[in-house]
Design a protein around this ligand. Structure first.
Ligand SMILES: Nc1nc2c(c(=O)[nH]1)N[C@H]1C(S)=C(S)[C@@H](COP(=O)(O)OP(=O)(O)OC[C@H]3O[C@@H](n4cnc5c(N)ncnc54)[C@H](O)[C@@H]3O)O[C@H]1N2
Ligand code: MOO
Length: 477
């Protein structure tokens, strides 16, 4: 065992070990403090359908205008606004209907003055037309076959339009007409090309975590692939002959492997991708093989267990290019960092809370930065009364302690144990500080209690006592 190092020192060493994964183009690297371009090695193209949840690696500009062409906002009639300027319910304007434009491939004929064309929502507005009259504002009311004028009133044509006789007895040249009851101004119900986004305008900003509405915009622009940050490939090896997979029966002396699941989930939520997740017993040869397989396909290997002072510390025994040393923290004291076949390796202690705390303290933000995500942040909070003895909390001097806590947004609890509840504090900027209560004990095996927590309470190494109302830093889980 090496000499005890501080959390800060170990964190710096982890960052140095993983510097190659982070590269340039992390949030905040840009000249204006905004996101910048990642280097080629840190970006890849994926189809727009696969891009959900990925981090955009570069700004995306519109390759063309949206809408692509001038189109109708309503089902109705495309007209010249000047032709219907005098329309009213009492004196409708009657226009011959020259045809129909639907939302279909093709280009419509220009509109002749003094005529109208039936037009459907999204269909291109013909040249010469500058307004659309919704069908509800005409004598038709609707184009629906079932919802319009009663069949008896129809002319027998597909569209129930009034017949305006072209000449006595000459039904064959009857012209469809429409009576328009509402005046319209130029531009009414017309969606201009480029009114959403113009060619070359920014549609999606680098650094965006792509959600469905971002993908919709890209797809609408005709973009089939998006440049995204490459995800860090992580292998996870949990060690211990006592471990069995969750869902399998556990015999005497066996326990279910919580750490492989916890670490894989933590990696994914920090933007990484898990390429190998293996469980190995305390057999050195098997562990060596598993670790080499894990290192071969990954940018980083994380192990759990096998690093303290026992007789079967397989991780310690196998990884010769790793420095094992105690870090001045609890939980998560025994740590190691180094390489296997050139791949960076971090070894986390096996106690399940220790493994999870190690990830949050040493790796979470490095992975996030590598994937183009911002750090989680470490807000301040006021210590509430729950879980705090009357004499205050004690913490071992010389070790940074990470207690489990639950944050409430206002005044804490009800003054447990007869003590007054603290008022939520106020930060120097005037922002209201949340209250955090301690949940569960400090033991590093209390994995179920940890599920009740939503933060870690960070108790500095030089603080040995904490009281209700004290200000603390919390690390969101
Ligand atoms: N003599 C000493 N003993 C211990 C020390 C020490 O300094 N001197 N440190 C203690 C601390 S602190 C920790 S943390 C643990 C670290 O132990 P290991 O990393 O070697 O882990 P294991 O011995 O394999 O397991 C510890 C504990 O956690 C359980 N475990 C392991 N893996 C999993 C898993 N995947 N899922 C759920 N639970 C797991 C395991 O059964 C043990 O109970 O060492 C202390 N001892
Ligand atoms: O460091 Mo161990 O993680 O205290 O239990």
């Amino acid at each position: 065992m090496g000499t005890r190092v501080s959390v800060e020192q170990h964190r710096d060493d982890v960052e140095r070990l993983l510097a190659g994964l982070v590269g340039s183009g992390s949030p905040g690297d840009g000249a204006d403090g905004g996101p910048s371009r990642p280097t080629g090695a840190h970006a890849e193209a994926v189809t727009v359908a696969e891009a959900l949840g990925r981090v955009l690696a570069a700004d995306v500009a519109a390759p063309g205008p949206l809408p692509r062409f001038r189109n109708s906002q309503m089902d109705g009639f495309a007209v010249r606004a000047a032709d219907v300027a005098e329309a009213s319910a009492g004196t409708p304007v009657m226009l011959p209907v020259a045809g129909e434009v639907a939302a279909r491939p093709g280009r419509p004929e220009p509109l002749a003055p003094g005529t109208a064309v039936r037009i459907m929502t999204g269909a291109p507005v013909p040249e010469g037309a500058d307004a659309v009259v919704p069908v509800e504002d005409t004598d038709l009311g609707t184009f629906n076959r079932t919802g319009g004028r009663p069949p008896t009133a129809r002319t027998g044509r597909e569209s129930p339009l009034v017949t305006a006789g072209a000449g006595p007895g000459d039904e064959s040249v009857a012209t469809d007409t429409v009576r328009i009851r509402v005046p319209r101004a130029a531009g009414d119900f017309v969606r201009e090309a480029g009114s959403d986004v113009a060619t070359a305008d920014l549609v999606l900003r680098a650094g965006t975590v792509l959600a469905p509405h971002h993908l919709a915009a890209a797809a609408a622009c005709g973009i089939g692939e998006l440049p995204v940050r490459r995800r860090v490939r992580v292998s996870i090896v949990s060690t211990g002959s006592e471990l069995v997979a969750p869902g399998e029966p556990a015999g005497p002396g066996q326990i279910w492997d919580a750490n492989a699941v916890a670490l894989a989930a933590a990696v994914r939520s920090a933007g990484g991708v898990v390429v190998v997740a293996e469980r190995v017993g305390d057999d050195e040869d098997a562990a060596r093989e598993a670790l080499r397989r894990a290192a071969a396909s990954a940018d980083l290997v994380i192990t759990s267990g096998g690093v303290s002072q026992g007789a079967h510390e397989v991780v310690k025994d196998v990884l010769t290019d790793v420095v094992f040393r105690p870090v001045a923290m609890q939980p998560g004291g025994p740590q190691g960092l180094g390489r296997l076949d050139g791949t960076p390796v971090l070894t986390f202690p096996g106690n399940p809370v220790s493994t999870q705390v190690s990830f949050v303290v040493f790796l979470r933000d490095v992975l996030r930065r590598a994937g183009g995500l911002p750090p989680v942040g470490e807000p301040r909070a006021t210590l509430g009364p729950e879980g705090v003895p009357a004499a205050g909390l004690t913490s071992p001097g010389g070790r940074r302690q990470f207690l489990r806590g639950r944050v409430s947004d206002g005044v804490a609890g009800d003054g447990a144990a007869g003590r007054p509840a603290p008022a939520a504090g106020t930060s120097p900027g005037g922002a209201r500080r949340p209250v955090v209560d301690v949940v569960g004990g400090p033991g590093s095996h209390l994995v179920a209690s940890m599920a009740a927590a939503d933060v870690l309470i960070d108790v500095p190494a030089d603080v040995t006592r904490l009281g209700v109302g004290d200000e603390v830093t919390v690390l969101p889980l």
